[in-house]
Design a protein around this ligand. Structure first.
Ligand code: FMN
Ligand code: SF4
Length: 531
């Protein structure tokens, strides 16, 4: 139903009452069900659009790059243009081109008004997107070698696959760092019956864009990882759930899927075996919350994407109540490497005392934002050096090592080796590996508020404390113009309420980044309170 709504919208530009009514009659569902879907998802439009649209990111990395001022300049430059609609939207996943705007699939910097005007006239900037050096992550040196891990797996014992991942110690790269081999084993051990594999390519947290580059540059590793997972758990179908803003990356993935089918790596009787596996792409109708695995399932089942209470977990009761394996794009890519080369190879990728490597998206106040493949155990400072250091030779003030949902740390974090446990021990988290550096030139109160506003905007509204608490926190700080000692207990109480009573991770951590700034940088957070 959701894909039918997206198709309808693509035809007409928006969802008018007549089209919704027609679809409801055709599908035999009550009209209010479709209205409920259309009003929940940010990708649906209920009003006719203007001829052209500029969607400007209002979130963390774009703010750090002067997005608020640039947005005002764009509005001024287009003030006379009745044909152009300007909307401020949540993070577009283009933090390496901050401050970013999307013009129907073309990304431009909002600071470059001539480029934006040219793109509006149908002349998008022609850039050669640089390709990364991923030799360490790609087990194959030539296209002909692709799907070698799958060929070997089909000739061997399927139970060895999760065991090898366990030996390697691979953990989920989507944020929660759950042991991947254990998850595959768990789903494989459910009672006989249909099972499903899902790749989570929703990636919508401010600062996160590494899956985007894996989709663009290493799509076959994702496809192979999903097929390997399907074989290991006994599933014949897989779905890539991809955010709708990743149109160019989706097209690369579609081409790679066609290549995989032509090579016999997908479809019936893969490589002459008895194993069938097919992958489809599901385009997200929009919203950060859909990255939460049970909200994602609700969406795939044509409902509003509100997270479910857990347990049951998707591994035992997922899509349509069936055992479902959900992993992040990067997790599948690394699973392919490990299942080709073995667990020892994965251990050898890390610095001494660490295992493996990780794709990290780096943005904020760095000279060159981008995605880097980093050996676990590499000090964070080395990653900063790879990005050319802090912009304009300024000093580092704070860093969010795991995207907008992670607690901010001070410059001492540069000595912390990149790993899940090290960042937890340091008082934050590695999350999905989305590092946002903040220089001394920034207003930390604005930085913290921008993160809290993001969670307020993206709360699905199911839990009252999350829906109201995030709004209350933003309003309080905005009204007071800062956070002083006197505001701390009230905000902490709100934080505790949200952490204890929200059913999903969004509400549980919504106020933590802001409060981490108050803890570490109280003098920067007082704002008007200090006057
Ligand atoms: C609010 C919220 C958003 C999330 N967004 C993503 C996402 O965009 N991509 C992702 O892989 N995991 C995301 N997760 C984590 C997923 O729920 C899930 O743990 C993950 O997809 C499992 O894959 P992994 O074990 O390979 O990490 C999110 C979680 C929460 C609470
Ligand atoms: S915590 Fe917030 S985002 Fe998560 S389910 Fe509750 S209301 Fe929705």
């Amino acid at each position: 139903m959701i894909q039918a709504l997206l198709r309808l919208q693509a035809e007409k530009g928006w969802l008018d009452d007549g089209s919704l009514g027609g679809l409801a009659a055709e599908r035999g569902v009550p009209l209010h069900v479709l209205q409920g879907l259309a009003s929940f998802y940010t990708g649906f439009r209920r009003e006719p659009p203007r001829q052209r649209r500029v969607e400007i990111c209002r979130d963390l990395s774009c703010r750090l790059a002067g997005g608020a001022q640039a947005c005002a300049q764009v509005r001024e430059a287009l003030a006379e243009r009745d044909d152009v609609e300007i909307r401020e939207v949540s993070c577009l996943g283009r933090c390496d081109r901050a401050p970013a705007a999307d013009l129907s699939g073309t990304t431009v910097r909002t600071t470059d008004i001539p480029e934006l005007l040219a793109a509006l006239e149908g002349n998008p900037p022609t850039r050669d997107e640089p390709l990364g050096q991923w030799r360490a992550a790609d087990p194959y040196s030539k296209p002909g070698e692709r799907y070698g891990a799958l060929r070997c797996a089909l000739a061997g014992d399927r139970e060895r696959l999760p065991e090898t991942l366990e030996e390697a110690g691979l953990r989920g790269m989507g944020g929660a760092a759950f042991p991947t081999g254990r998850k595959w084993k768990l789903v494989a051990s459910t009672p006989e019956g249909p099972r499903h594999v899902i790749a989570n390519a929703d990636e919508s947290e401010p600062g996160a864009f590494k899956d985007r580059e894996i989709l663009r540059q290493l799509p076959h590793l994702l496809i192979e990882g999903m097929a390997l997972a399907g074989y290991a758990i006994g599933a014949s179908r897989g779905t890539v759930f991809i955010r709708h803003e990743y149109g160019p990356e989706r097209r690369v993935l579609e081409a790679a899927l066609a290549e995989a089918r032509a090579a016999g790596a997908l479809g019936h009787c893969i490589f002459g075996s008895t194993f069938d596996f097919e992958i489809e792409i599901f385009v997200s109708p929009g919203g950060y919350i859909l990255g939460e695995e049970t909200a994602l399932l609700e969406c795939l089942e044509d409902r509003r994407g509100e997270p479910r209470n857990k347990p049951p977990f998707p591994g035992t009761s997922g899509l349509d109540g069936r055992p479902t394996l959900i992993n992040n794009v990067e997790t599948f890519a690394h699973a392919t490497g490990i299942l080709y080369h073995g667990a020892d190879w994965w251990h050898a990728q890390g610095r001494p005392g660490f295992s493996g490597h990780k794709f990290m998206s780096v943005s904020g106040d760095v000279e060159e934002a981008g995605v880097h493949l980093v050996a676990f155990g590499t000090p964070l400072g080395e990653l900063l050096e790879r990005c050319g250091g802090i912009r304009e030779n300024r000093a580092l003030l704070a860093v969010a090592p795991g995207g907008a949902s992670s607690r901010f740390l001070g410059p001492e974090a540069l000595d912390t080796p990149v790993d899940f446990q090290t960042f937890t021990d340091a008082g934050s988290m590695l999350g999905a590996g989305a590092v946002v550096f903040v220089s001394e030139a920034q207003d930390l109160l604005e930085v913290g508020l921008s993160v809290t506003r993001f969670f307020r905007n993206e709360s699905c509204g199911k839990c009252v404390p999350c829906r109201l608490g995030t709004e209350k926190a933003v309003k309080r700080v905005e009204a007071a113009g800062g956070i002083g000692e006197e505001d701390r207990p009230g905000l902490e109480e709100l934080n505790q309420t949200l952490a204890r009573t929200s059913i999903c991770g969004l509400g549980q951590i919504a106020l933590a980044p802001l409060l981490s700034l108050v803890d570490r940088f109280p003098e920067h957070m007082r704002g008007r309170r200090s006057r």
